[in-house]
Design a protein around this ligand. Structure first.
Ligand SMILES: Cc1ncc(COP(=O)(O)O)c(C=O)c1O
Length: 410
């Protein structure tokens, strides 16, 4: 009988896992060309990347920004969302999904997620709608596309905007159309950990030209097309991307399709291998999601069956040579930001005089599925999915070994 690596046994995976970012002469040439041109500021490279990335996702317009966070804020501002408004968000996400709403002086209202997709639950969204709701902000978590059919249907029935937080979903498609313009608009991040990166950066995509122009204005100090240089029409900020970032992103984009297909094929090997292991709950892809750009490969643990904590399980799996992590472990509403806001410590917008609802009691919010998922979900980073097929089989073997020896971990 084998011994777990955590107790000195032989580790299952000897793989040297791919590191990130991946780059070659394409990035070097692009950066050098910008450097030598002397044109470093918000010009042709930015324009070319906006057009190329919008086309890649199948959207008409792209407006770059300094980050995914600021692109979310600019999108909400461009839609006219602000004081007195509520925006429905999932609590299983990066803080920016909800903080962007607060930053425009609106109120984030949390709706639970689905256990089988880890994305926002349309039924709970429907329950959370009030006369003050202006938008739904789903996250395509780990590249899994939230149920856009149901969300758009709910939005239509209540005249709401759908703003996609697509910051994990480069390359994902719903019924053949890319994420980002499945609702009113969508936002992507190009921060260092992301599947296509310029260290920092973001973009908002939309099919609505007027909305794109409005968003551009918020990212470009309130300037407007046709306006004079020192003419500022609205309260924008400087959220512009540089030519260096855009040149990097154009080079990165040239690899995105091949990387997306490879990650998807490897994720299938993982899901096929993990599906029948007792105590492992796989996340199965919705057939309407015609392509999935994996930012993360997620699976859940049946903690009752296994009888150990996720942290103990991950410790053993790491020792077997699998780079794995717990991911989001706290629902956003439990972050000090929200818990303190409820006590009125931060004033507006939670105690905003324009807000007609009762102050939101974030200390009382409970999304039971999210709470459970925060305890039992395991993540593999997207670079793992760029290794070989045998390495995927190695991961499956490592998980199987840990499960078969689970009594040794109790
Ligand atoms: C789901 C989600 N939304 C928004 C963001 C914000 O993107 P950025 O880091 O580019 O500001 C991130 C970044 O990690 C994210 O994961």
């Amino acid at each position: 009988m084998s011994v777990l690596a955590i107790y000195g046994g032989e580790k299952t995976c000897a793989t040297v896992w791919p590191t990130w970012p991946i780059w070659d002469d394409r990035e070097r040439d692009g950066l050098m060309a910008v450097l030598e041109s002397g044109k470093w500021w918000y010009g042709e490279q930015v324009k070319a990347f906006e057009a190329a990335y919008a086309a890649f996702q199948g959207a008409r317009f792209g407006v770059t920004a300094s980050s995914g966070t600021t692109a979310l804020e600019a999108s909400l501002l461009a839609l006219g969302i602000g004081a007195g408004d509520e925006v429905i968000v999932p609590p299983y996400s990066f803080v920016a999904t909800a903080s962007a709403v607060l930053r425009v002086n609106a109120i984030p209202i949390f709706a639970d997620i689905q256990p089988h997709t880890l994305c926002i639950d349309p039924d709970d969204v429907a329950r959370k709608i009030t006369p003050r709701t202006r938008a739904i902000l789903p996250v395509h978590l780990a590249g899994y596309v939230a149920d856009m059919d149901r969300l758009n249907e709910i939005a239509r029935a209540h005249t709401l905007f759908v703003v996609e937080d697509a910051c994990h979903s480069w390359g994902s498609q719903w019924k053949g159309k890319g994420t980002g313009a499945l609702g009113a608009c969508g936002v992507f991040s190009f921060q260092a950990s992301k599947n296509i990166t310029s260290a920092e950066g973001g973009i908002m995509l939309t099919d609505d030209e007027e909305l794109a122009e409005q968003c551009r204005s918020f990212t470009n100090v309130g300037r407007r097309k046709g306006g004079a240089w020192y003419q500022h029409f609205l309260l924008g900020s400087n959220l512009r991307m540089t030519e260096f970032q855009a040149a990097l992103l154009l080079a990165q984009l040239s690899r995105l399709e091949a990387h997306t297909l490879k990650r998807q094929a490897n994720a299938e090997i993982l899901n096929d291998g993990l599906r029948d292991i007792p105590g492992i709950i796989t996340i199965e892809n919705d057939p309407r999601m015609t392509r999935r750009g994996y930012h993360l490969f997620c699976f859940r643990l049946d903690l009752n069956l296994l009888g150990v904590t996720r942290e103990r399980f991950l410790e053993a799996l790491t020792a077997e040579g699998v780079p794995c992590m717990p991911g989001y472990s706290t629902p956003l509403y439990k972050m000090p930001l929200f818990q303190r806001a409820y006590q009125g410590a931060d004033g507006c917008p939670v105690t905003c005089p324009y807000y007609a609802g009762d102050p939101v009691a974030y200390t009382q919010v409970n999304c039971p599925v999210c709470e459970q998922v925060c305890q039992d979900t395991c993540w593999l980073f997207h670079t793992v999915l760029l290794a070989g097929e045998d390495d995927m089989r190695g991961i499956v073997a490592a998980v199987r070994k840990v499960v078969e020896h689970i009594q040794d971990l109790r």
